[in-house]
Every structure is written in C-alpha cells, then in structure tokens.
Ligand binder design. Structure first.
Ligand code: SAH
Ligand code: SF4
Ligand code: F3S
Length: 477
C-alpha cells in the first residue's frame, strides 16, 4: 500500500471546476435543467462527503432531487462497516435497473467506502452493467471529471486505485441544514482495530490545516450555523501528521474562542488518545458541548486486546471517571460490539457490568460482522448466532432501562435547547448534550435557543414545555 498523502493543488481543483463548466454548458445546449439524487449510507463522514458531491453537482448545473426516479444522475454513497449495510446497497442498486429503464439517460454512480473494496468493484463490473461509474473516497474530488467522461465517452469509469488518500480544500458544499454543520477535520484511520474495514477503505490518517478548519468555522458561524460537529474517525489524533504544534484539544480551544453564539460537538474519540487535557478543555469552554462519544467496544480487557484497541477496561473506566469529574453534566454515549470471535459468556458479562458502572445516556450496539480482509474475519468464532442474539438482546434491554432512568431524571429541569425542526404538531430541539426534546410551539422558533422545562421522558427522548417569553430572556436568533 502506498502511504504518502496527496494534497490536491488548487490547479488540479481548477481543472475539476473546468469540467463543471463544461457539464453546465452541455445541459444548457440541451435547454434543460438536469436533476441529481444522492443517497447516503453510513456515518457522518459520508454525510459530509455527500454535501461536497451536491456542491459539485450544483456547480455542474444540476438541481438536487429527492428521489432516484426521473433523476439524470444517481449517486449511492455507500458504507462497508457491516455486511448488512452492504447487502442493503446491493439491493437498492439492483432496484435502479427499473428507474434506468424508465429513464435510459440516467447515469448511476457508486462511491463511498464500499467503492474502496476490490471485491465490490469487481462485482459491479461483472453483474451491475447499469452502473456507469465507481469511485472510492480518495477520488471524490475528481467527480466532475468522472461525470464528464461518462457523459461523453459513453464508457464506464472506475476510479478505484489504492491510494493513501488525499486532502482537497475548496470544494463547495451544499449542506443539508442551515443550523448544524459537519466539519471534517481529518480523514482516514491508522488504528487497524482487528474487526474494522475503515482503514482499508478510507486510507491513512491525514489532518486538514488548522487555518482551513478555522476559516470554514468562521464562515459557518457568520452564516448563522449554531452547531458545528467536528468529524474524524479518531479526532484525538488530530495534528499528529502535521507540523503545526497543535493537538485536538488546542484546535477545540481555538474554535471555542471564535466570537458568536454556537456549540461545538465532535466525534469520534478513541479512548486510547482521549487525554485529561481534552477533558479539561471541554470543561473550560462553554461553547464546547458537554457531550462525549467514547466507544468502548468491549468490557473485557482480553477482548480489547484481541480487537487491537490499545486500552484496557481499567484505563477506560479511569478516563470516564476523570471526564465525569470535571464535567458533572456530561452526556456520555458509546459503541459496543457483541459476539467478537472468542468472546465468552464471562467476557460478555464484563461488558454488561461496564455499562451498569458507566451508565451511558445512549449506546450504539452492534453484533460482530466479519469483514473480509480484516484480521478478525479469520479468527475462530464458535459462538452460535442464537447465542450472540441473546447477548445482544440482553445488553439492549439493560441499556434501554438505564437510558430511561437517566432521561426521567431530567423531569422538572429547565434546559437551554436549540430548536431544530418540526415533527407533526410538535417542534424538535436538542439539549446541549444532544438529547432530543419535543415540545409544542410556533414554527418561527426554529433556529433559536429556547429554555425548555422537561415534563416527560422515555428511553429515546424527552418532552417539555417552553418557558414563558419573559423567562426566556437569553433567547437568541
Ligand atoms: N472510528 C470510530 C468508529 C467508526 S465505526 C471508533 O473507533 O470509535 C462505528 C462503530 O461500528 C464502531 O465503533 C464499532 O462499534 C462498529 N463496528 C465497526 N466494525 C464492525 C464490525 N466488523 N462488526 C460490528 N460492528 C462494527
Ligand atoms: Fe475502525 Fe478502529 Fe479506526 Fe474506529 S479507530 S475507524 S473502529 S479502525
Ligand atoms: Fe461506514 Fe465508511 Fe462511515 S464504512 S461507518 S461510511 S467511514
């Protein structure tokens, strides 16, 4: 594997913008506004990439459509994290033969993490002739060129070369929300947890220059964005590949010092690199949300070692203790895998006891899914599927009870929340810790902070009432 990161030069990017112009003229000559649909699977990294693809598409003259039917371009931005995620994509990709039959001009692309797997591109080459182009995350910045080639050469395009990855600054983004924004601060991962495919499909860790990140944040705040979520597979190793004298905690502090009324969130933190400095920085700045997603994956030190996680149960617990100590209102969430190869009943019980000890606000639970090419996929795994399902159900039930108890303890409290949307007759809002609150109110409140008194709670969300106008003095638009 080639290991040198490529920074895409401004000339190279201008070359892509020239393709955008050519595509826009192509459609102008046809006297029609083409439509494009981007379907996103997987995590926030893909959401952020899709915003860049939409940016390029708009620059090429496309209007963004809400469905594949009738669209001139369909892009599937895919996730490879578990087998089930891949099966869903193949199912939906198969269904696109019908939309293409009804609209033969339709051009179909597959990108994202699955596009980084040779077995996937081989399968598309062989069995999905209606797919016009495949490009891995490393080649996203070349999308205008790929689209132009498909429109002109009428030949399928495969941009899938194995690369360590690139950084391209200056691709316009069409963002889903005016209130909340994703900001990728780094790409790729060096950790090679034994179960995980991400390092293989997203390449090596590479950090964006702090000045570029700060510029993007300043622009977002000026445009009215109220929540910025910094993204990376392991944000705590930010800057290690740069010679900028800044680590992730320093970057957070710089952003938190920008003027404006906004909150900063981030994900994901790898427990190995989560430092006291990080927790102290979070505690110090009011603009950094007191919310932490700190995946533990397993409560057993033996399993953690087999996962190549580089921390043990005790180290993890002591980091959590420190974080809770400096941030008593911390909302803590995590990821966990059940049924890792060789996980015994006793080791699973260690996971159970860890969640009882930590008491997460919410937990994302997964059954181990072997990913071909990763070390864990060839580890001996004798636990029957039914047994894994039983463990999974037991863990979910215990966590649901904990989440409900924590949520119930909010009742009677008044929390400052960002109103972010409407669901039927109620408005939706998020607490600083990221918990969902529903409450009655007028549409005009969307985009403002409101003080909401919590009146009800269940496992997943809270309900509340807005404090009266005069009590809501600190509300800002
Ligand atoms: N970079 C993040 C995680 C990204 S993937 C981190 O290190 O925390 C999101 C979650 O998917 C992981 O935390 C893990 O719990 C789960 N996951 C990853 N690979 C998996 C696999 N092969 N089977 C089941 N779950 C998996
Ligand atoms: Fe995957 Fe581990 Fe990297 Fe997270 S840190 S993306 S789980 S290899
Ligand atoms: Fe999936 Fe890729 Fe994210 S594999 S979870 S979309 S980094």
């Amino acid at each position: 594997m080639n290991t040198k990161t490529t920074v895409i030069s401004q000339e190279e990017l201008q070359g892509q913008f020239a393709y955008c112009d050519k595509i826009a003229s192509y459609w102008q000559e046809k006297n029609r506004v083409p439509k494009a649909y981007v379907e996103t699977y997987g995590c926030q990294q893909n959401e952020a990439d899709s915003e860049k693809l939409r940016g390029y598409l708009c620059q090429c003259g496309y209007a963004i459509a809400g469905e594949a039917e009738g669209a001139d371009v369909v892009i599937m931005n895919t996730c490879a994290i578990r087998e089930h995620a891949e099966q869903r994509v193949f199912g939906n990709l198969g269904a696109l033969t019908h939309t293409k039959r009804r609209h033969p001009e339709q051009k179909i692309f597959l990108c994202g993490c699955m596009a980084g797997e040779t077995k996937v591109s081989d399968r598309i080459k062989k069995s999905y002739p209606h797919v016009d182009g495949v490009f891995s995350t490393h080649h996203l910045w070349q999308f205008p060129e790929i689209l132009w080639n498909v429109l002109n050469q009428k030949k399928r395009q495969f941009y899938i070369a194995d690369e360590p990855g690139s950084i391209a600054e200056g691709i316009a983004q069409v963002r889903d929300s005016k209130l909340k924004a994703w900001v990728s601060i780094m790409y790729g991962c060096n950790n090679f947890c034994t179960y995980c495919i991400v390092p293989y499909v997203r390449g090596r860790e590479r950090s964006r220059r702090p000045e570029n990140i700060l510029k993007e944040c300043r622009e977002l705040i000026a445009s009215g964005v109220k929540e910025i979520t910094l993204l990376g597979q392991n944000v705590n190793s930010y800057g290690k590949d740069l010679d900028c004298g800044m680590d992730f905690a320093d970057l957070l502090a710089e952003i938190a010092r920008l003027p404006g009324d906004f909150l900063i969130r981030f994900m994901t933190s790898h427990p190995r690199d989560a430092s006291e400095k990080l927790f102290d920085t979070m505690a110090k700045y009011p603009k950094i949300a007191k919310q932490l997603h700190l995946p533990f994956q397993s409560g057993s030190s033996r399993v953690l070692k087999a996962m190549n996680r580089h921390y043990d149960r005790e180290t993890y617990l002591s980091k959590v203790r420190y974080a809770k100590n400096v941030m008593p209102d911390l909302v803590l969430t995590s990821d966990v895998i059940v049924g890792f190869p060789g996980e015994t009943e006793a080791e699973f019980e260690e996971t159970m006891s860890l969640i009882e000890k930590v008491r997460y606000d919410a937990l994302f639970t997964f059954i181990f899914s072997p990913r071909p090419g990763t070390p864990a996929a060839s580890m001996e795994d004798t636990t029957p599927k039914e047994e894994k399902n039983r463990r999974f159900d037991k863990l979910c039930a215990a966590q649901n009870a904990i989440s409900e108890e924590i949520h119930k303890s909010y009742i009677g409290k008044t929390l400052r929340c960002l109103v972010d949307g409407r669901e039927e007759s109620l408005l939706t809002a998020r607490t600083e810790g990221g918990r969902l609150v529903r409450f009655p109110g007028a549409e005009a409140l969307i985009g403002t902070y409101q003080n909401i008194t919590i009146t009800g709670a269940n496992t997943w969300s809270l309900t509340g009432e807005r404090k009266k106008e005069e009590e809501n003095g600190e509300t800002s638009k």
